[in-house]
Design a protein around this ligand. Sequence first.
Ligand SMILES: C[S@@+](CC[C@H](N)C(=O)[O-])C[C@H]1O[C@@H](n2cnc3c(N)ncnc32)[C@H](O)[C@@H]1O
Length: 347
Amino acid sequence: MTLAARFDGFADWCVGTSPLYERLARGVAGDAELLGLARVVPSDRSPPHVLLAAVHAELLRGVSHPLSTFYPSVADDPILVESENPFPSFRSFCLEHEERLHPILETRRTQTNAVRRCTALLPAFEFVSRLADREPLALIELGASAGLNLLFDRYDYEYNGDCVGNTDSPLCLSAAVRGDREPPIPNQFPRIDSRIGVDLNPLDVTDLDEARWLRALVWPEHTNRHRNLEQAISIAREDPPKLRRGDAVESFPDLLEKIPDSLPVCVFDTQLRYQLSDEQVEQLDESLTEAGKSRELYWLSGHRPAPECEHGIVLELGRVVDGNSVVEPIAAYNQHGAWIEWVGLTT
Ligand SMILES: C[S@@+](CC[C@H](N)C(=O)[O-])C[C@H]1O[C@@H](n2cnc3c(N)ncnc32)[C@H](O)[C@@H]1O
């Protein structure tokens, strides 16, 4: 696929959810100079995500430019793209700040940490906890970014108006529940013995630049997501999650080895696998299966698009039963956690 086609594809993806990014990505797709700038992004990353986030990061850092007036995350009274085309401003920003953008484009990755995905993870962890006879779980998150989803039990939740969770938390994550089946939403959080995340580039919420990159990855119009992220960052700063730098597939056996055999392990990944090669995914599945043959281990993975659901993802549960790996869908969720649908059993 050409680079222009990738920007066009990104613009299509933004329809209905980010009119600003739709216009900007469409503009870049037809602009040889900006495509040249986007070519700086290493080939294993998504140039549209990284270029748009790099510009957003600079605006969030306070760089003054007329472009900022189009960004709801920066301007108090943003100009609507329906009334003025933001692309000429975006273009002039990129060309004026090319030098400053280069190192960001060369080094940063798409690492959006969508904390609202915890609305799907909470019933999934509860389900796993029931399968594990309520023994405390050892959590391992693969592709954890800043690890905000490892801290799922520091948040409050609201499902179709019903509140559960940590009611003292300043962050309330809400989701609409779809479908006929009741998700196993617990009154009390499942018990967690230990938690650790691994990422190629773990983001440290206590570092101003890294926290800004997390913010920059959230699309400018998504004000609720910005608010959730802000709260989650401040919660995580009080006691940051334990994260390790490394390749998830390579590090997994070592992480597992450090967990006592007596503990049931729950490995999870959300929106990681699309960033892995087919070989890495295969290797990961093999490692999970092998590990599941010799100890109690469950794995949750959200990566497959849900059929006929716009921006929906299937959450699968894997485990080894009678020596064979069994992977089944248990839920579907909106990519950012705005709705969930339970499709698995409830016990
Ligand atoms: C789109 S983010 C998702 C973050 C988080 N799981 C969530 O759902 O909010 C994908 C993360 O996977 C990480 N990643 C990509 N390839 C990886 C690999 N081979 N090993 C470890 N982490 C990886 C990226 O650095 C990024 O932080």
